[in-house]
Design a protein around this ligand. Structure first.
Ligand code: TRP
Length: 435
């Protein structure tokens, strides 16, 4: 029985002609068909990374090099980073320097085109399943803001209220409401109002629809099952949704910005969303459009450690953008997994394991000062610093990040939201490319 289901899906996948990805799809099929309800409790023998689940086998978290091989993406090399710095003429973001954005597809092509003064645009998004974002959610947006600033390109941001409605036990009206709340957080990150369009799928569906039809016609049900792991008892909406996340990767979805031109797209996103964009890239040539480029981030660790990521539905795993300074302090002190030794004597003698230490990892994401960050790492590893001291630093840094975010969010008025969500004209060209 399992074999015959697996066999059918697999034959669809083989026809899919995604040669590099066959093993990956095969793994997904096996994983999803060969499991019982107790899947969560089962010991895993390999990291799991897809749009619906993330679990690592090691305390150090996901093996990202392995993931690059498995997904068939490319590593972001020091050369590529140097090139990006040269093309933009601006200092590179510490997320690149510290390997937080670590993988890509065709980023080099985007840079080559940009060097020739050919424009591109940015696309990212958020599934509104909750009122408040946690720190992990802010990572791709912060990075996208940096990209928008240094390249001066248009940006489109999708809120998939439809997706969350299909996937969560929520009413559609709740998803729509959460989308607006999330948009306030997104605007608070500081996007350029003249160059940014934010939309909710249920509002922008008239423009998403034509491209999503073309995409849907070129993906089979077998492929959707293989890529996303859905089965026959999943609601039909889940199967119909992926083309709607693919559509904004094609510039003709935004005629008010690009007219009917096929402008290349770069998508910054956490690596778990790669399933959507592998599908998008496979379909692109079949509908006569350019493949979008992607740049992938690793996960933001849960307070409990790097085996899982922060999750909005597990309160104690996360620091939320709405947390008070005191909540932040308590959560980090109480829950942040330590890579330090059990006793003071041992810590002084052996030092900490930075790879598994959550407070240190938080600093890797949020302490921008490179010299200070390196110094803390060096001292903590040698035992000159104690866990309590590193936690105190992390608390201080994160309290500041969250307070600044809250202040910026409080300034977002209904007028501002309306403007970001209006179908206004946006100049597709960076100012430096205009005549
Ligand atoms: N599916 C994503 C989520 O659940 C939301 C999303 C839509 C997205 N379009 C995107 C994320 C583009 C990254 C890039 O959060």
């Amino acid at each position: 029985m399992l074999n015959s289901i697996g066999g059918k899906i697999l034959s669809g996948i083989l026809r899919y002609n995604a040669r590099n990805h066959i093993n990956y799809y095969k793994d997904m099929v096996e994983k999803k068909t060969d499991t019982s309800e107790s899947e969560d409790k089962k010991e895993i023998t390999e990291d799991i990374v897809d749009a619906f689940e993330i679990r690592a086998i090691s305390d150090k978290g996901i093996d990202y090099d392995k993931l690059i091989t498995k997904f068939g993406s490319s590593k972001i090399t020091p050369d590529l980073i140097e090139r990006l710095e040269k093309v933009t003429g601006k200092p590179i973001h510490h997320y690149l320097r510290r390997g937080i954005f670590f993988s890509h597809r065709d980023l080099d092509k985007i840079l080559t085109a940009y060097e020739k003064k050919e424009p591109f645009y940015l696309y990212t998004g958020r599934g509104p399943s909750n009122e408040a974002l946690h720190l992990g959610h802010l990572i791709p947006f912060t990075f996208t803001k940096y990209l928008q600033d240094v390249f001066d390109v248009p940006l489109v941001i999708q809120l998939t209220d439809d997706e969350k409605y299909y996937h969560k036990p929520l009413e559609l009206e709740d998803c729509r409401k959460y989308a607006i709340e999330n948009i306030k957080d997104i605007i608070a990150v500081g996007f350029n109002p003249e160059r940014t369009f934010i939309f909710r799928n249920t509002d922008y569906i008239d423009q998403l629809y034509p491209n999503s039809l073309k995409i849907a016609k070129h993906v089979t049900l077998n492929q959707i099952k293989g890529i996303f792991g859905f089965n026959d008892s999943d609601n039909a909406g889940k199967f119909s949704f992926p083309p709607l996340q693919a559509a904004p990767a094609f510039s003709t979805t935004f005629p008010q910005i690009f007219g009917d031109k096929d402008i290349p797209c770069l998508i910054p996103h956490a690596i778990d969303q790669d399933v959507y964009f592998r599908m998008t890239r496979d379909v692109a040539p079949r509908i006569g459009m350019k493949k979008p480029a992607c740049i992938h981030s690793c996960f933001f660790p849960a307070l409990q450690g790097l085996k899982s990521k922060m999750s909005g539905s597990i309160e104690t795993s996360s620091i939320f953008s709405t947390d008070t300074p005191n909540q932040i302090k308590t959560k980090i002190n109480k829950y942040a997994f330590s890579g330090g030794q059990d006793t003071l004597e041992k810590q002084r003698e052996l030092g900490a394991n930075l790879d598994i230490d959550v407070a240190y990892q938080f600093l890797r994401f949020f302490l921008e000062d490179e010299a200070e960050f390196l110094e803390i790492g060096r001292k903590y590893q040698k035992g000159e610093l104690l866990t309590g001291e590193v936690k105190a630093k992390a608390i201080n840094v994160i309290q500041k990040v969250v307070l600044t975010h809250q202040e910026n969010r409080a300034k977002v008025t209904d007028e501002i939201i309306k403007d970001f969500m209006s179908r206004k004209k946006i100049d597709p060209l960076p100012a430096a490319f205009r005549k």
